[in-house]
Design a protein around this ligand. Structure first.
Ligand code: ABU
Length: 466
């Protein structure tokens, strides 16, 4: 009864939701105080119990939680590789929840399948995979995993049916590549220790001579190289591996080339910066996260394949209870990682429909402008030390003589900035991610003002990491 009576109040709940949403947006200029994780159990109104609660209590609890959650659209949020808010995509995401479909069949999802195809076709074309295909997956790590699985299956005949057995497959990624490459190797039977880390140059780009050396070494030892991951936008420095040179190695050696463009895939939309991904059309697969530089709500990730048919060949299963109508072409469940699959396409399609390639290109260019302003601020301040000349939107630096970790921790605990630190070249650095195009240069200036303010109050500290 309780469930039935509730369905009639949805319009009222949506009104409440709208009012709360406006409150969230209005309050984004400041960050909420950092909650004390250890005190959660003290908030009895948030605890689950045998009986339910009335709607008033639930709305109050929701309000409490949401308003104390940091918003990644805040001008004080620089912590991750996403930030800001794309309004049209946000609306589409809310509507996605209301239609609450699953993207496995045309029968169930109808026009959403066609929109997904439209978006994927645009993305495969942008990547230069004119005869390719793609599918939405839950995040860049999963996109990288699909690529690794397909590469593995293509490398060893029968492996999908018989298992990995005693094959000694080896994958390569740079020492600045994303951790998902190693993690996925552990998940799909390759083995984490069979991911070789290739050295990088002083901008964080893969050293191709070292890649060749490692492959030769592995072949001489009787191992089976099969997969190279080239990163387009490394997690900390935002560096782009040299895809043209890496693709020559892949071609010479007969290896699968994957481009992890989770962060940097979107530069394909910019006339000014597309060159960073030159050669990606020669890759076999590419990860592209639209929830990063394209600003679409999390998550919005695709895996793109140069050759059509590989997704179905490597992921299809028959399910007579599910695939009952329409051609497989219109039933993406025959080529997806998941069975039930949320609709991540509508929000991207809606935002792209609004901005077009041109609007998105301007967005990407703006992010680079913000990053360039940050670099100027660092270069003109003798207290600050730039880690490397950034290739894209991540700007890494240190405050001389002060611990980067302590600075970030103090800024977070005082709810002044959300900004993270990382380790590159044996030093712990602050990573400023310029991913929100709505920011002004003054927002970037404030980052440095806050950082210097906090640094003054901290004792001397170093950033060398063993
Ligand atoms: N996959 C993205 C890594 C998280 C971050 O540094 O924002």
């Amino acid at each position: 009864m309780r469930f039935r009576s509730l369905s009639g109040v949805l319009p009222d709940l949506l009104e409440e939701g709208l009012s709360l949403s406006k409150e969230i947006v209005a309050g984004e200029g400041v960050l909420p105080p950092r909650p004390d994780a250890g005190r959660f159990k003290e908030f009895s109104s948030l605890r689950l119990r045998d009986g339910g609660r009335d709607l008033e209590q639930v709305l109050k609890a929701l309000r409490q939680v949401v308003l104390s959650t940091p918003s990644s659209a805040s001008p004080r949020f620089f912590n991750q590789l996403f930030g800001g808010r794309e309004p049209v995509a946000t609306l589409a995401e809310i509507l996605t929840t209301l239609t609450n479909t699953s993207m496995y069949t045309f029968k169930v999802a109808g026009p959403q399948i066609l929109l997904e195809r439209e978006v994927l076709e645009r993305m495969t074309n942008k990547a230069g995979f004119s005869e390719g295909e793609g599918i939405f997956v839950p995040g860049g790590s999963m996109a990288n995993m699909v690529a690794m699985v397909i590469a593995r299956n293509e490398a060893v005949v029968g492996i999908r049916e018989l298992g990995v057995g005693a094959s000694s497959l080896v994958a390569y990624t740079s020492d600045h590549g994303h951790y998902s490459i190693r993690k996925n190797a552990g998940l799909v039977g390759i083995g984490r220790s069979n991911v070789k880390e290739v050295a990088t140059d002083d901008c964080g780009r893969m050293d191709v001579a070292d890649l060749r050396r490692l492959i030769d070494e592995d072949r001489a030892a009787g191992r089976l190289p099969f997969f190279i991951n080239a990163t387009a936008g490394t997690t900390v420095l935002g560096a782009f591996d040299p895809i043209p040179e890496i693709s020559r190695v892949a071609a010479d050696e007969g290896l699968w080339l994957h481009v992890d463009g989770a962060l940097g895939g979107s530069v394909l939309l910019s006339d000014q910066y597309r060159e960073l991904l030159a050669g990606c059309e020669r890759a076999d697969s590419m990860t592209w996260n639209a929830h990063k530089m394209m600003g679409v709500p999390l998550s919005c990730s695709v895996i793109l394949l140069r050759k059509k048919g590989l997704l179905s060949k490597n992921l299809n299963e028959s399910a007579s209870y599910l695939f009952q109508a329409d051609e497989d072409e219109f039933n993406p469940g025959t080529r997806s990682l998941q069975c039930g699959r949320r609709n991540d396409a509508l929000k991207l399609w809606a935002a792209w429909l609004y901005h077009g390639d041109a609007g998105y290109g301007a967005r990407i260019d703006r992010l680079f402008e913000l990053a360039s302003h940050a670099v100027s601020r660092i270069n003109e301040d003798s207290d600050l030390l730039l880690t490397a000349t950034p290739e894209s939107v991540n700007v890494c630096f240190e405050v001389r003589g002060r611990s980067s970790a302590a600075i970030c921790e103090r800024l977070d605990s005082e709810a002044r900035l959300k900004i993270s630190h990382g380790v590159v070249f044996g030093r712990r650095i602050i990573r400023l991610v310029c991913i929100n195009p709505d920011l002004e240069m003054s927002d970037i200036d404030r980052v440095f003002d806050e950082i210097k303010d906090v640094a003054k109050e901290l004792p001397e500290g170093g950033n060398a990491v063993e």
